[in-house]
Design a protein around this ligand. Sequence first.
Ligand code: ZN
Length: 412
Amino acid sequence: MAGPSDLPLRPREMRDRNRALVLDTVARLELITRAQLAARTGLTKSSVSSIVQELLAAGLVVEQGAQRGRDLGRPGTALTLARDGLAGLGLEVNVDYLAACVVDLARRTRVQYVEVGDNRGRDPAAVAEQLARLAGAAVAAAGTQGLTISATCVAVPGLVDQEAGTVARAPNLDWTGVPLRRLLDGRVPEALGPVLVENEANVAALGELWFGDGAALGDFVHISGEVGIGAGIVVAGQLFRGAHGHAGELGHTTLEPEGAACTCGGRGCLELFAGQEAILRRAGLDPAVPASTGRAGGPVGVLVERLAAGDPRARAACEVAGRSLGLATASLVKLVDPDTVVLGGIYAVLAPWLRASFQRALLDGIPMTRAAPPRVAISALGPDAAARGAAGLVTASLLARPGALLSAPARA
Ligand SMILES: [Zn+2]
């Protein structure tokens, strides 16, 4: 893992790095013996053995098929990531729903809850209280499956200050400077440190990486269409956050400098042409009714029915949205040069009706600069991609820093 330019590591750092290497190798290969681990990692058999002992004691790995007290610790016994031990809790505040999700170390989704409701302009404390209740239910459900939550990450559709744990600005919630971490303090698990606050589009892209098509996407841009529009940029398997974690604010790309006012303070932003509310309004539906992303019975569900029936207003709304989105995405593609552009959120639901105009505008927007246009993929994840990505972020950081866990109190 060490690059040639890395400075020498102190013994403790070296130990941490070796633990992460062993854990990562177990995660990749699913079933592996200590001898195979030594061969794969280049570590000595005795270091592997001692690290595995720690990881077993911390409940991060288990011995496959070992019988209590008999085979335990035998060098030939295969190791695997613990399925029923530690897990991550992902939460999401979105404009018209709240979500909670629990993901285990092997990145299987074990609990998923969504509560539909209009959060626009709601008191952040009341939203946090409702979210904490949903989180409590998810933690309890995880407990019945033998899972213990190691940490929590909450995703919000806005600009966040990760360090402070605040939502700097979420225009569609009408939140400014909301101390979300503090509001959730003591109400959700934070065993490995305080609650992480993340941007929704960023963790939705990680959701796509880990729970969607993953490695097949190459470098990719994941576009989350909700009431707001955000892009998550993943380069070489890592999220590109920008200097302040604010990269990928695609929804506020200016399409018409003299256009209508946007909630962000700008004018003529993409969101006014391709956001969920803009699409519904143009299709003649009431965007004020809460219920998002294609759930049956909600306005997006009605929109899909009308589209399927060939309603010309609905089809025109998707055509405009696809064209505007394609135009803005072309600029992003010229800057980032991804292999794939993934349409997620509401765009995945509406893909049959907006993909053609999207792709046409995208191709028209990048005529001379690329040998081949990026592949356009449709996300197969549901609206809770962000909650799953948030939970996955917790387990990924756990697997990358197992040392943090070893210094924590022992677990049963
Ligand atoms: Zn804007």
